[in-house]
Ligand binder design. Structure first.
Ligand code: G6P
Length: 612
């Protein structure tokens, strides 16, 4: 939530900042702002409500702002409505400190009252203005420099933050600090860049530092020095970003989402290749030996959003294949109850960004209880990746569209692979079944390509039903997990009210919502449950529903019931989610396009939810 950029070098900062912010708009887009310094002159602050282009127009694409040291921000409102007044950067009363912030300061009311008692005034409703003025307060009170003042503020602030701050008396420097919100710093020659996420600076440098939790950095032109909260210098190693800048560009597609849908076969192929060595699964890079897996008595999967749906699909696969008890929990719920955990549990936190606040808190809770944790994470160097005892990296590459697709698909592979390996070490499958499951896994990318070839039919269907008001997705078993993800895709990008139901549960209430023309998608990939779901589909059809069926080639009897059917290639039923989800992603995508909506940046949502 919220995107931060910074630049300190010899070029015109505002242009670079706007360019960087354009790569971070997926993190928030209700207002934006820049603060730029030119040598010893006063800082210039420009802000605008609305999308980034409003700020770009206001500043003539940054050319109207002179200065080669600056910070920028694109906002996803938490405290205070989207407005120019609440947009960042925020500045202290005498313009001594100016800064931008990503995260939430939980005790900002208490800090504000303290500052009000010391004659500070406030022009916005944001927690950020409080943080900036608190730093200013400590600077004046103790007559110390930026690192000390920031460190003092950090010990008072509760919550999460990534802060980038400039000081009047230090015109050639930017200071940053972070706790539980992401921040990456890059240097090249005489230039330094900072951002909430790598794509914003990749055009300029591949040499990056992931500043640690509760650390502070002083950024000069081409230099970065790091300190801990006790103001002691710390040494950080830089990392070379290996993925291509193009991976974060649209590459000829109209939207990032459709590009990322098409990248799924590659994401899946790469993730499989990273763990399948010579026809067997090798999880040593994730630190998961067979002995260690054999000692696990039950699994608890914790995640948010689509990653939670991966967990639900994974639960069916792991329980049935490996015979191990699996619990799946929403991270926001898990963290605030007193979950029963056993020392022999494995807690798996699934997260694309590795920064989702609730997932991170859940991970920490499990660690505090001394339970072994595994992160299934896409973003290298993210908080969950670093803090989990063990990390399984999905190789989906950078995902930009707010609605996840390829990271979700790569996460599914991670849970399948774990399920197969757990089944092996627990003696639940023989060597032949083990081999055949791995072989089948490796056929998935090609089969996904085949599903994608069918996209025009779905496009046609989506255009025809673009004014749908209500939709239901129904299925049983794994098909219910698929339905949940299909339904989420639909509501998040198409704004169609949509719900997923376990097909057998419809009769207990929901069926009363079905009327003439209600769109219902029936997912039937599981042969054991096929007839059962078909009957439920027939029940809604007889009450007026228009039915889309989703099943595997060969199950043609579905056409007697469904009005429109989409087929996927046959695969092991354990892996059906990987194929069946694609038509549902495409349905959400094309419906959103047909309705003229902003597919990649749906209203009110952000890709990386770093606040709870
Ligand atoms: C947001 C995104 C979803 C994502 C969820 C969890 O809501 O819009 O696409 O599934 O966060 O994110 P994570 O980065 O933890 O996978």
């Amino acid at each position: 939530m919220c995107g931060i950029v910074g630049y300190n070098g010899n070029r015109n900062a505002a242009e670079i900042l706007l360019e960087g912010l354009s790569k971070l708009e997926y993190r928030g887009y209700d207002s934006a702002g820049l603060a730029v310094r030119n040598g010893t002159s006063d800082v210039e602050v420009v802000k605008a409500k609305g999308r980034l282009r409003v700020l770009a127009e206001k500043t003539n694409d940054g050319k109207a702002l002179k200065g080669n040291c600056g910070i920028g921000h694109t906002r996803w409102a938490t405290h205070g409505e989207p407005s120019e007044k609440n947009a960042h950067p925020h500045i202290s009363d005498d313009r001594n400190v100016v800064g931008v912030h990503n995260g939430i300061i939980e005790n900002y009311q208490e800090l504000k009252e303290k500052l009000l008692r010391h004659q500070y005034t406030f022009y916005s409703n944001t927690d950020t203005e409080v943080a900036i003025k608190l730093i200013d307060y400590y600077m004046k009170k103790y007559q110390e420099g930026p690192i000390d003042s920031i460190a003092r503020a950090m010990t008072r602030i509760k919550g999460s933050y990534a802060l980038a701050v400039m000081f009047k008396e230090y015109p050639e420097e930017i200071y940053v600090a972070r706790k539980d919100s992401p921040m990456v710093i890059g240097t090249k020659g005489e230039e330094t860049f900072l951002a909430s996420d790598v794509p914003a600076i990749l055009k300029y440098t591949r040499n990056v530092y992931y500043i640690g939790n509760q650390q502070i950095a002083r950024l000069g032109k081409g230099s970065a020095e790091f300190y801990d909260i006790d103001r002691e210098p710390v040494e950080l190693e830089s990392t070379e970003v290996t993925w291509d800048a193009e991976a974060a560009e649209k590459g000829g597609f109209e939207h990032f989402m459709i590009k990322e849908i098409h990248e799924q076969p590659k994401a899946v192929r790469d993730t499989i290749a990273s763990v399948v060595k010579e026809d067997s699964i090798d999880l040593s890079e994730a630190g998961l030996s067979d002995e260690l897996l054999a000692g696990v008595h039950s699994v608890v999967i914790v995640a948010c959003g689509s990653a939670y749906h991966v967990g639900l699909a994974g639960q069916y696969v792991m329980e049935s294949l490996a015979g191990i008890p699996v619990r799946v929990e929403l991270a926001s719920e898990f963290r605030y109850r007193d979950p029963l955990l056993d020392p022999k549990d494995l807690v798996i936190v699934i997260s694309q960004s590795g920064e989702t606040a609730d997932s991170l808190a859940a991970l920490r809770l499990a660690k505090e209880r001394g339970i072994m944790t595994l992160g299934i994470v896409n973003v290298v160097g993210s908080s969950i990746a670093r803090e989990a005892d063990r990390t399984f990296y999905t190789l989906a590459g950078p995902e930009i569209a707010v609605a996840t697709t390829k990271a979700y698909s790569a996460q599914l592979i991670a849970v399948y692979v774990l399920a197969i390996q757990l089944a092996k070490v627990r003696g639940k499958i023989d060597a032949e079944t083990y081999r055949s499951l791995i072989d089948e896994l490796q056929t998935l990318p090609k089969k996904m390509d085949r599903v994608l070839e069918d996209k025009e039919r779905i496009q046609w269907f989506a255009a025809k039903y673009s004014n749908a008001k209500d939709m239901f997705f129904i299925g049983r078993g794994i098909d219910y997990a698929i339905s949940m993800e299909g339904s989420l895709k639909m509501k998040e990008i198409s704004y169609v009210h949509s719900e997923a139901y376990a097909a057998g549960e419809l009769k207990h209430g929901t069926i009363s919502l079905v009327e003439d023309g209600t769109l219902v998608v029936g997912v039937c990939t599981q042969s054991r449950l096929y007839e059962k779901t078909l009957s439920n589909m027939a029940e809604v059809k007889s009450r007026g529903a228009y039915l889309m069926g989703l099943t595997s080639y060969g199950n043609y009897a579905i056409e007697d019931t469904a009005d429109f059917t989409v087929y996927i290639p046959r695969t092991s039923e354990y892996f059906a989610t990987s194929l069946a989800i694609i038509p549902l992603q495409l349905l959400g995508y094309y419906l959103s396009v047909a309705r003229g909506l902003n597919v990649d940046k749906p209203r009110n949502l952000a890709k990386s939810v770093t606040v709870e």
